[in-house]
Design a protein around this ligand. Structure first.
Ligand code: 13P
Ligand code: SF4
Length: 317
């Protein structure tokens, strides 16, 4: 509508004036996704943040994502529309807790999901995201203990897929993905017996999907455990009439845009991340025009955190 197009023009003009690139995560509100220069998963956005030429990065996402951009590009100005946009998963472990855990496993390699604070990354050997967790852990010799934090479900997925029992997982979870329950998933699969299923590995219901596949209720070739970026690739390739999607509902905008002939439906339409939705249209515009909230990371922490993030980025390059 006219109001959205005027707002979008103002945002684009302000971004040009400020030499800013706008990055938006796949879970942002559709209007925010549409106005951004780049939309993607957390790994893709980190790579863009590391490589882009703009002097200002505006991160429409949550705080740890903007912090990761700042860690990778310390000389750039990094802005987030609302610095209070946190993450329940990142809140599950502190740097002190990680130091205590490491003391119990001397010689272990610490793999942290990017959904962590800069202080936790500084205590980490190598970061990962949901799209590269398997590759990151495969890069560690099989006989070495791995401490995987903070997401228990992603950790369990890696452990199960790689068949390594020396992967120790921290018991954190994302409250949005945890809220997509096994019952929601089982009911939806039974009601849509021909549908394909995309499940984000942060979901506790991943094991239910595998259980259904094991029961023969869901053919394994129709069960996909994918990062948000992986879902987009799979959406372009699918010829199924219907796909059930177990992740935050913002993802549906990109999936429907990528493939207009398949019907993408959420397993739980209430899976809405309140932190992601703190980026409103007004806040995005004032963020660019007024230059707030600026993301600052203690340089001593940033140097140590950068090593862990850069090791991750090098994998798969
Ligand atoms: P992706 O890495 O799939 O983008 O997921 C990250 C996430 O859960 C952000 O909340
Ligand atoms: Fe964090 Fe979950 Fe929101 Fe992602 S969806 S930002 S993991 S709270």
């Amino acid at each position: 509508d006219a109001a959205v197009s005027t707002w979008a023009e103002q945002v684009r003009r302000a971004a040009r004036e400020q030499d800013a690139v706008i990055l938006a995560h796949n879970y942002q509100d559709p209007a925010i996704q549409d106005v951004a220069d780049h939309v993607g998963d957390s790994l893709a956005l980190s790579r863009i943040a590391a490589d882009c030429d703009a002097s200002t990065i505006v991160f429409a996402g949550v705080h740890f994502m903007a912090e990761t951009a700042k860690i990778l590009s310390p000389d750039k100005r990094v802005l987030i529309p609302d610095a209070r946009a946190g993450c329940s998963l990142a809140d599950c472990i502190t740097a002190d807790q990680l130091r205590e855990w490491k003391a119990q496993y001397p010689g272990a390699v610490v793999v942290s999901y990017v959904n962590t604070t800069a202080a936790v990354k500084a205590e980490t050997d190598i970061c990962c995201t949901s799209s590269n967790a398997l590759e990151v852990v495969r890069s560690i010799p099989a006989g070495t203990d791995v401490l995987f934090c903070p997401d228990q479900f992603l950790g369990a997925h890696v452990r199960r897929t790689l068949g390594r029992d020396n992967i120790h997982t921290w018991m954190g979870e994302c409250h949005v993905h945890a809220d997509i329950s096994p019952t929601d998933l089982i009911d939806q699969v039974h009601a849509n017996p021909d549908a394909e299923l995309f499940v984000h590995p942060e979901c506790g219901c991943t094991t239910s999907a595998l259980w259904l596949a094991g029961q023969g209720d869901l053919p394994p070739e129709r069960t996909h455990i994918l990062s948000t970026g992986g879902m987009l690739t799979a959406a372009r390739a699918t010829s199924s009439a219907k796909v059930l999607v177990a992740t935050e509902v913002g993802m549906l905008h990109q999936l429907r845009h990528a493939n207009a002939t398949t019907d993408f439906q959420p397993v739980n339409p209430g899976a809405i991340c309140p932190f992601m939705k703190m980026t409103t249209r007004d806040k995005l515009l004032s963020c660019i025009t007024e230059g707030h909230d600026e993301v600052v990371v203690d340089p001593a922490i940033a140097v140590r955190a950068r090593r862990a993030v850069e090791r991750m980025i090098a994998i798969g390059n």
